[in-house]
Design a protein around this ligand. Structure first.
Ligand code: FAD
Ligand code: SF4
Ligand code: SF4
Length: 416
């Protein structure tokens, strides 16, 4: 058995659910991995959803377990705030230069919060997409891993060093700088995940400027207990919405935008319709769709939504959204009746498509890509892709794909 354990370390890029699952699976076979994450915290997009289907669990419980799988395993090294700066291949070994941005707060932190109490400055919370303010040194959410406050140096008051002075264990270093480290690896697994399609590309839906027309990722933060409104779905004027419209395929399955289906958005909107109803059972919720694609295990969510009257489904493509007085007006082409109708809502949620996050700058590796920019495997040069860097997936499919990627990484290492 010992013979089959690789001597080298496998580099995993991205500590979302895919990367965490790859690193944990590798560790369980006895292999070592180094997992790097560009953000100051692990968990990726799943840690930002309020509840995740099919069981509607809060991400905190699953992520707590995944955090322990990473941080308590001696075969896994985790580096946050870290990206690949450059990569060079010599023979079958990659020479990788990693660049780590300063976190200013070291592992010595005990989480006592004294620095937060003395900090005089507030700044937009990046975890909540800038929708609320926290101190310039603060926990971005209560369960963040690593469990240290995030210091937003660019927002500091000039010449202030109160937090550094206050810290009882000397964990804060305001003069910390970027560091570099070179590692040599044979195999690299990219688990760089997805990003929402840029709303600015959708002028007919307001391009992000229409009040109360929000991306689905914002809805997740609104319903999260640690979100900007403490878990209440509210319009910009602070009132709960009474008429909510979900616009499916916002930028997806459209030759002018993303030609592909993001697979997850139909189930995500049905889930979010139930968020609205749980807070206001009298709210009118309508989902405008081209096709209802809740596949596999998620099919029952659609059946439940119909049986429970969670929302109304209208087969129609929304062509335009405009402000009309206090309300929003939607121009909908009803594809079943071949008519164009006007509908109104006081909140519109755009089910934006999922695009791959990586770019040539953020991932300077020669991964082959499909026509939509998703990564493909290149096992002959030690490059494997995992999770939604490869295609849009829900969490269950991502985890399954990650297990396969771990096996493929071991094959690249020559041990399987
Ligand atoms: C609105 C919405 C709601 C959803 N709700 C659900 C749900 O309820 N249930 C469900 O099963 N699925 C849901 N999903 C899908 C779910 O979000 C994905 O399945 C999941 O995020 C995929 O995980 P991942 O690790 O592949 O990618 P990500 O979560 O995107 O993680 C990728 C990680 O890699 C990091 N990274 C990226 N580039 C680099 C780089 N160059 N260097 C270092 N690190 C990098 C990122 O910072 C991130 O931490 C939803 C999707 C949407 C759009
Ligand atoms: S140095 Fe910055 S983070 Fe620290 S107390 Fe001052 S303003 Fe806050
Ligand atoms: S950085 Fe220091 S003061 Fe702030 S929470 Fe950590 S131990 Fe406490």
């Amino acid at each position: 058995m010992e013979k089959s354990i690789p001597n080298s370390t496998i580099l995993v890029v991205g500590a979302g659910i895919a990367g965490i699952s790859v690193a944990a699976a590798l560790a369980e076979t006895g292999a070592r991995s180094l997992i790097i994450e560009k953000e100051p915290w692990i968990g990726g997009r799943v840690s930002r959803v309020a509840r995740y289907f099919p069981k509607f669990c809060p991400p905190s419980c699953g992520m707590e377990i995944h955090g322990r799988r990473l941080y308590e395993n001696p075969r896994i090294e985790v580096m946050v705030n870290t990206v690949i700066k450059s990569a060079d291949k010599k023979g079958d070994v990659w020479q990788i230069t990693l660049e780590t941005a300063p976190s200013y707060v070291s592992d010595a932190c005990t989480g006592c919060g004294q620095c937060i109490a003395v900090c005089p400055k507030f700044a937009p919370n990046p975890f909540n997409l800038g929708m609320n303010k926290i101190k310039a040194i603060d926990f971005v959410h209560p369960n963040v891993r690593p469990h240290i406050p995030f210091l937003m140096r660019a927002n500091c008051v000039a010449n202030c060093n109160r937090c550094e002075q206050q810290c009882p264990v000397g964990a804060i270093s305001l003069n910390a700088t970027r560091t570099e480290k070179t590692v040599f690896v044979k195999t690299i697994v990219a688990a760089t995940g997805w990003s929402p399609y840029d709303i600015k590309n959708l002028p007919l839906y307001g391009a992000g400027t229409l009040e109360n027309v929000i991306p689905n990722v914002v809805m997740e933060r609104l319903y999260s207990p640690d979100g900007p409104t403490g878990g209440k779905i509210l319009k910009t004027n602070g009132d709960p919405p009474k008429k909510v419209a979900f616009v499916q395929c916002a930028g997806s399955r459209d030759a002018n935008h993303l030609p592909f289906c993001s697979e997850v958005c139909c189930a995500a909107s049905i889930k979010q319709a139930s968020y609205v109803k749980s807070q206001n059972p009298n709210a009118e919720v309508t989902i405008y769709y081209i096709d209802r694609r809740t596949t596999g295990r998620n099919e029952s969510m659609l059946a439940d939504a119909i049986a429970n009257d969670t929302c109304r489904f209208v087969k129609g493509k929304v062509g335009k959204i405009e402000k009309r007085g206090e309300m929003l007006s939607l121009r909908v082409e009803d594809t079943e009746e071949s008519t164009v109708m006007e509908a109104e809502a006081d909140m519109v949620v755009l089910a934006l498509g999922m695009t791959p996050t990586h770019s040539a700058v953020s991932l300077p590796l020669p991964f082959p890509m499909d026509d939509n920019g998703f990564l493909e495997n290149a096992p002959d040069i030690g490059l494997i892709a995992a999770g939604t860097s490869k295609a849009p997936f829900d969490v269950a499919s991502t985890v399954r794909d990650a297990a396969g990627a771990a096996v493929e990484a071991l094959i690249c290492e020559g041990v399987l």
